[in-house]
Each structure stands twice: as structure tokens, then as C-alpha cells.
Design a protein around this ligand. Structure first.
Ligand SMILES: [Zn+2]
Length: 145
């Protein structure tokens, strides 16, 4: 996960991104004599670790003689900005019968493991706390108080 930067935090500052903040996926296919369902299995990624969650997701059905060719970019983002970046389908906290028992259930949609989701959430929370602390430290207190 540390391999890539968020586009807004990447040093390239490019709208198209660079190899640090996006991964190119390409598809180039056609239906010859029969109708053909094109699936995610035909996507070719420039990074072996960035690939569709499933190889069986239908993209389009092509009629005989039709072709499809495109390039797509995969980028990091936050679930608060768009549902496509939500890695968890369920996240529930339950308190146990003893005072010190807390159960966290995280169900992944397959993009990240539950452990990766929790680690990423903790890292983001730490960053938010650090940013908040820096904001508080930068506050100017008026002399007349
Ligand atoms: Zn970049």
C-alpha cells in the first residue's frame, strides 16, 4: 500500500498522474464470429499487484466484428469521496460482557485484506491527529486575552 501516493499528495502535481500515483490498465479485444462477453480477465495492468478483485466481472458484450480498446487509470482515494474506494463492506464495533472486551468486525470487499484496512485506517487517523496538533500549535493567541 505504501507503494503509491494519493494523487493530491504526489510530487508530480499532474492531472494525468505518474507511476507513483496511478497504474495504467489496458484492454484491446474484439469479437470475431460470435458474440463475446468481455470480462476483467482481459485487462492488462502495468503493475502485477494492481488488478481487478475478480477476473469474472463482465465489462461489455461485443457483437461479431465489434472491437473494444481503452486505457484506464487506477488511483488511490478515500471512501468518503466515492464509494469505489471503500474497501470494507462491514465495520462493526461490539462491546463484550467484560468491561475490557471490544470486538471489531471488518469485512473486506476483496480490494484489501481486513488487516490492511485496519492498518490504513490507523495510519490515516494518526495523520489526522498530527495535522490537528499542528493546527492547534499554529494558532495565534491574541494579546488582549
Ligand atoms: Zn504522481
Amino acid at each position: 500500500m505504501k507503494k503509491f501516493s494519493l494523487p493530491e499528495e504526489c510530487s508530480c502535481k499532474s492531472t494525468l498522474g505518474c507511476t507513483n500515483c496511478r497504474v495504467l490498465l489496458q484492454l484491446d479485444t474484439e469479437a470475431n464470429e460470435k458474440t463475446k462477453t468481455i470480462t476483467t480477465s482481459e485487462l492488462i495492468s502495468e503493475d502485477e499487484f494492481v488488478k481487478p478483485v475478480s477476473q469474472d466481472i463482465p465489462i461489455i458484450v461485443l457483437a461479431p466484428g465489434q472491437k473494444l480498446k481503452f486505457e484506464a487509470y487506477a488511483r488511490l482515494g478515500f471512501g468518503r469521496d466515492h464509494a469505489k474506494w471503500q474497501p470494507a463492506t462491514i465495520a462493526v464495533v461490539k462491546y463484550g460482557e467484560n468491561e475490557n472486551e471490544i470486538f471489531l468486525t471488518v469485512e473486506s470487499n476483496g480490494a484489501l485484506t481486513a488487516e490492511e484496512i485496519i492498518i490504513a485506517a490507523i495510519e490515516q487517523l494518526n495523520k489526522s491527529i498530527k495535522d490537528f496538533g499542528e493546527t492547534i500549535n499554529a494558532l495565534q493567541i491574541p494579546n488582549n486575552l
